[in-house]
Write a protein that binds this ligand. Sequence first.
Ligand SMILES: Cc1cc2nc3c(=O)[nH]c(=O)nc-3n(C[C@H](O)[C@H](O)[C@H](O)COP(=O)(O)OP(=O)(O)OC[C@H]3O[C@@H](n4cnc5c(N)ncnc54)[C@H](O)[C@@H]3O)c2cc1C
Length: 481
Amino acid sequence: MAVRTGEEYLEGLRDSREIWYAGERVQDVTTHPALKNAAQSLARLYDLQHQPDLKDVMTYPSPTSGARVGMSYIMPRTADDLVKRRHMMKVWADATCGMMGRTPDFLNVSVMGFASHREFFAQCGPQYGENIWRYYEYIREHDLCLTHTLVPPQIDRSKAASEQADPYLVLGVVRETGAGVIVRGARMLATLAPFADEIAVYPSTFRGFQGDEQRYATMFAIPVATPGLKFICREGFDLDRPLWDHPLGSRFDEMDCVAIFDDVLVPWERMFLYNNVELYNRTFGATRHLAHIGHQVAVKNIAKTEFVLGVACLIAETIGIKEFLHVQEKLGELVTYLETIKACVRAAEVDAEPNAAGVLELAQAPLHTVRLMFPYWYPRMVELLQTLGAGGFMMTPSQRDLESPVGPLIERYYQGANAAGSDRVKLFKLAWDLVGDAIGSRQVLYERFFSGDPVRNMALRYVTYDKAAVTDKVKAFLETY
Ligand SMILES: Cc1cc2nc3c(=O)[nH]c(=O)nc-3n(C[C@H](O)[C@H](O)[C@H](O)COP(=O)(O)OP(=O)(O)OC[C@H]3O[C@@H](n4cnc5c(N)ncnc54)[C@H](O)[C@@H]3O)c2cc1C
């Protein structure tokens, strides 16, 4: 099967999945008022794969079937492969202004990276190495969309999984059957779940299990529409509000859900790592996970930062503040974030090295820099936008106001230095979705946390960093006098 069209993707979502929204089971995520627009946005990404001028950017011939498959599945073996993958990911990131962090490429590169370390999973048993490889080929050939869930629910963080009030609050194995394993419990978040074909259950970077907590230490993937698997959505941001009023919130709410596994069967062939605390806790490091997923994240961050910078520059021009020194300084700060991320991506690509299977892995140090700094840079970008737009964010009447008897007053009194009233309002409403509306707040929270706790991530960087090179230099200097 070749790459899917948007309509084929949407058709795949019309199944028996159990998605709960505001107390009701969603009958069809492609038509539900809070979900349909995001589904359409994702469908457009699939359609881009069929745009004739983008064919070679978005797809490549499958090494097994020869059919055109999505470029984000490519197992990169040359520097050119990495550049091609970046170009493809940028097309998708730009299509959502960087607001959908979990476009399908996020997990496509992730599963590919795991498959390129199949020998790691084979340490758990040869079948698990085979399973991850076959799964990679399966999602590539069927052009599937995945969500993933890593973190146990936030019940009592001072206690281990096995010490919680009930041993099955945290997702764990209940029993084995001939067909597979029955699992029960919850995982805290699965962004994109209503719009995904499959859910992957992974280890998180540092939230491991201990000693005898084998039952929790499993890694697998199953269809979202598996019996017993339930997803409970948070409140949506896209409550049928007009596109003009909320251009980001009405299109790019990728939705976050709690995943509840109510005695769910995981077939053996979908198990990648089973009952093995030691391997589970080492998965991210041993498979150099950041080497691929960090690429997608950084490219998305480029798209997002470009978008914020573009909005900031237009605000400065529209209200005549661009000649003020501190405004230029703030815009320069945004430019610097953007150029730093771009430099890190190029450095990571140029310094990529092959793994044992000959698959190129990006240098991790520059990707760590992006991963660790963006949780601080993105909230700062939003703060800078707020500082530039100031009270102007409150001069944001709705489209209905513009069409009402006060419309002419809005055209007159809401005008900018070089913009008609309606154009200035349009720009500021877009900016409000970034800085003030629920979707903007969620974006800030997302960038702070989606890649793990920023505090522990940063501390881990220090702990694992090779410090001898710098301390030896200072010691040598101390010896000179
Ligand atoms: C918008 C959004 C989307 C997300 N999407 C996904 C997804 O699709 N899939 C997924 O798996 N996850 C997802 N996540 C979850 C993300 O992985 C977690 O938020 C992140 O790992 C932090 O864990 P936590 O939220 O449970 O915070 P906690 O670990 O509960 O931390 C809460 C606070 O307590 C502190 N703290 C807790 N424990 C310790 C400790 N042991 N030592 C020191 N300090 C501690 C933290 O520093 C923090 O300040 C998403 C998160 C957000 C916000």
